[in-house]
Design a protein around this ligand. Structure first.
Ligand code: ZN
Length: 451
């Protein structure tokens, strides 16, 4: 039976590092965001970043953990060039949160720790950059509740979404999500270390399960993941946690968490994606699949709710999920980069809802909202005379012209090919600069051709 548990490390979005005032900003210049604390100089003393601690507490609360009222930090000792102190400050005995649950998966523990530096391997030497040293990480450890890699991916996707709702997580960083994966198919525990990103996590798990089913491991081992080759490889026979020789970090105080703080944090936890999905289906009568898509992105959900205040929610959902998202993908932009304002979407979709512009015009304007700066949909529609035309005599003119110019399509329609009528309507759209009322055009075409 396949059993998978994960330990994921997520970078908190604080401005400064966890134990010093250095910036967490990613910069190109190596070893520029460093000081004596994050480089572990003798005599330097760590000071805990309150924001990092409260954000970890917020995650533990949102993931339904029991909060340890007393918590402290420990030194996890190991020797490695990315760790200048020769120990990592982490939490061991009393992590911030224990025994939680999220999306049907049991959470064993949640704790706070510092990231080590980054090693940059060259052909004959190795460089080390301590800019990452001391970046605040939250480690979320699950019980081995997953049965297949897809479940893990879905879980992490949802977790990331909800952490963005909590405003604790920085999606942009390339180091934002890293996981150690525990896979057991026969009893022996195999851990795959440091897999980054959702796709690699799923791929590494699939590979490892298949490997173990062909050749069952006899003892516990630690493996690495080579994403270029798509394989895991043996690193070492697994050490137990005892080998790290944890000792209490006496440079940091024991932290007592008051009930007041716990209650304050509880109040700060906003509506998360699952709740939002069910509210959207109830309040706006959306299909569950649509509600899920909208809830899976904080900014998309916000945009939808703003637009749905003024526009039929069904139209708002359809246009935001279908056209806006597709065009954003096509133009390789995020909602933020495109700077899509709810007011512009309301102006546009209101005209569409009131049947004042055609579907084609709405699509054209939507692209401009995404791609042009300081764009006003109303002004554009007015200046370019794009209000839908339903005037019969004018549309008759366009129909005549379309029929004249497309004798093949007319013949084909007469021979029973209904699709040819769509071609003719498209032709009328072209002639009318997308403004002819397509329903009226269709009726007139049918009348004309049958004559
Ligand atoms: Zn520092």
């Amino acid at each position: 039976m396949v059993k998978i548990g994960i330990e994921c490390h997520l970078q908190l979005n604080t401005r400064s590092k966890i134990f010093c005032g250095c910036s967490t900003k990613q910069v190109d210049d190596p070893n520029s965001n460093v000081c004596e604390v994050c480089c572990g100089f003798p005599g330097s003393k760590p000071v805990l970043n309150k924001e990092a601690f409260e954000k970890a507490l917020k995650i533990a609360t949102a993931l339904n953990c029991k909060i340890n009222k007393k918590t402290f930090f420990s030194r996890k000792s190991y020797f490695y060039p990315d760790l200048p102190k020769n120990f990592q400050i982490t939490q061991y005995d009393f992590p911030i949160g224990i025994n939680g649950s999220f999306s049907g998966v049991k959470i064993k523990r949640i704790h706070l720790e510092e990231d080590p530096g980054a090693l940059i391997h060259k052909t004959s030497y190795c460089l080390v950059d301590y800019n990452r040293s001391g970046i605040p990480l939250v480690e979320i450890v699950t019980e081995p509740d997953f049965k297949d890699p897809k479940e893990v991916r879905e879980f992490l996707k949802k977790l990331i979404t909800d952490l963005s709702y909590l405003d604790v997580y920085d999606k942009k960083s390339e180091f934002a999500l890293k996981a150690d994966l525990n896979v057991s198919t026969t009893g022996a525990k195999v851990e795959i270390k440091n897999v980054t990103g959702l796709k690699d996590i799923e791929d590494a798990l699939s590979y490892e399960i298949e490997r173990q089913q062909k050749d069952a491991p006899k003892s516990n081992e630690t493996r690495g993941w080579n994403s270029d080759k798509g394989i895991t490889f043996l690193q070492r026979v697994k050490e137990s946690e005892d080998d790290y020789g944890y000792i209490t970090e006496t440079d940091l105080p024991v932290i007592e968490i008051s009930d007041n703080l716990v209650n304050k944090i509880k109040k700060d936890v906003p509506e998360l994606s699952e709740e939002k999905t069910s509210r959207f289906t109830l309040q706006y009568q959306l299909r569950e699949s649509d509600a899920k898509v909208l809830s899976s992105n904080k900014k998309l959900a916000h945009l939808f709710e703003e637009v749905a205040k003024k526009v039929d929610p069904d139209i708002a959902a359809k246009w935001i999920i279908r056209d806006l998202s597709n065009q954003l993908n096509y133009h390789k932009k995020t909602l933020d980069e495109a700077n899509v304002k709810p007011g512009d979407m309301i102006d546009l979709l209101k005209l569409f809802e009131d049947k004042k512009i055609t579907d084609n015009t709405a699509k054209e304007v939507m692209i401009k909202i995404i791609t042009e700066k300081n764009f006003s949909p109303l002004k554009y529609i007015e200046t370019n005379n794009l209000i839908m035309k339903s005037d019969t005599s004018q549309i008759e003119e366009w129909c005549k012209k379309a029929i004249e110019e497309s004798s093949d399509a007319v013949e084909s329609y007469k021979n029973g090919n209904e699709k040819s009528l769509n071609f003719l309507v498209g032709k009328i759209m072209e002639l009318s600069n997308k403004t002819a009322n397509p329903d009226v055009a269709r009726k007139i075409l049918v009348k004309f051709i049958k004559k």
